[in-house]
Design a protein around this ligand. Structure first.
Ligand code: NAD
Length: 328
């Protein structure tokens, strides 16, 4: 089988090359997949893509016309794939579970960094500025955290927060009765939480769930954590409410318009996204570049599961990790 990888980085090449064999040949393209680059997939049996590749209807039709049989996502989320259009034309598999701990731990790292001003202290002490003014934080113990989405990642993160002595409130479209978590309605979570952390998928329903309308319901000084998908938050509203002081801090591992910027070194570029540029200037905003998944364990699991998915699909014509349901 010949598999074309898009948006390939050195760490992808290293982790996947361990699995290449006479039967499984990989070609790594640096470019992202989109309508302009999809022709590179011509002649391959399958393609392997990541979170910021564009798998829209135009791309899917071209893939099908080239005889590509499989879209293997080397990630869990699939909001970048037009599943409805793919249904019945081409198979889509993903890695549902590679290390929820990686993402939950990164979320906790962001939270602790934010509330104890570690990001500011790190820069200050590098130049021997040991003053404490402006670094006062607050105890997490006793605070209320609202966790939206209590699947694999959200439930682990909620457990961490309980360990810190926080009250955990949760909202999930499908609450898990087996979890020892206090579920509530979304609006009640907005009203009661000192910190809100997003762990639900991006879909039509969750798009911009954090916007002016929902922020108005939140406590003054609320801290927002997003390690899920950028478009869960209306970034312009977020910026406005940070400027007004309503939002006390934001930790973003993902950003609405990240696809052209994240995973690349843009340090010598003029950033044309004014919203991101302004967010970055705020002392209470911490941005990481979609790195929550990025641990040795997770990257290794992503490669092994993706290769298993590809082998299983081409051997059996189906795969346990196939995204089978056509969303409405
Ligand atoms: P999961 O499927 O195990 O859990 C998602 C949970 O969200 C489920 O319990 C589901 O019922 C719930 N949900 C669905 N729609 C909802 C809605 N509209 N409102 C509230 N809850 C809703 O997924 P997971 O493995 O925990 O991953 C969560 C998200 O994290 C993924 O969708 C992905 O976007 C993101 N993610 C980010 C990174 C990263 O590196 N930053 C890595 C992996 C996953």
């Amino acid at each position: 089988m010949k598999i074309a990888f898009f948006d390939s980085k050195s760490y992808d090449i290293d982790s996947f090359n361990k699995f290449k064999s006479d039967n499984l040949k990989f070609k790594f393209f640096e470019t992202k997949l989109n309508p302009d680059t999809v022709s590179l997939a011509n002649g391959y049996d399958g393609i392997c893509v990541f979170v910021n590749d564009t798998v829209n209807s135009e791309v899917i039709d071209k893939l099908v016309s080239y005889g590509v049989k499989l879209i293997a996502l080397r990630c869990a989320g699939f909001n970048n794939v037009d599943l409805k259009h793919a249904y019945g034309k081409i198979n889509v598999v993903r890695v549902p579970d590679y290390s929820p701990y990686a993402v939950a731990e990164h979320t906790l790292a962001l939270l602790l960094t934010s509330v104890r001003n570690i990001h500011k202290a790190y820069i200050r002490t590098k130049s021997f500025n040991f003053a404490l003014t402006g670094l006062m934080g607050f105890d997490l113990h006793g605070k209320t955290i609202g966790v939206i989405g209590t699947g694999k990642i959200g439930s682990i993160f909620a457990g961490f927060c309980k360990g810190l002595g926080m009250r955990v409130l949760a909202y999930d479209k499908f609450p898990n009765k087996n979890l020892d978590i206090e579920y509530t309605e979304l609006n009640k979570l907005f009203e009661a939480s000192d910190i809100i952390s997003l762990h639900c998928p991006l879909n039509e329903e969750s798009y911009h769930m954090i916007s002016k309308n929902s922020i108005d319901k939140m406590k003054n000084g609320v801290i927002i954590l997003n390690t899920s998908r950028g478009a869960l938050i209306n970034s312009e509203d977020l910026l406005e409410e940070i400027r007004s002081g309503k939002i006390g801090g934001a930790c973003l591992d993902v950003y609405e318009e990240e696809s052209e910027l994240f995973f690349e070194d843009n340090s010598d570029m003029i950033i044309k996204d004014d919203t991101l540029a302004l967010l970055m200037t705020m002392p209470n905003v911490i941005v990481t570049s979609h790195q929550a998944f990025f641990t040795k364990e997770a990257v290794s699991n992503i490669a092994s599961t993706t290769v298993n998915n590809i082998n299983e699909f081409f051997e059996n014509g189906s795969c346990d990790n196939e995204i089978k349901n056509c969303p409405k």
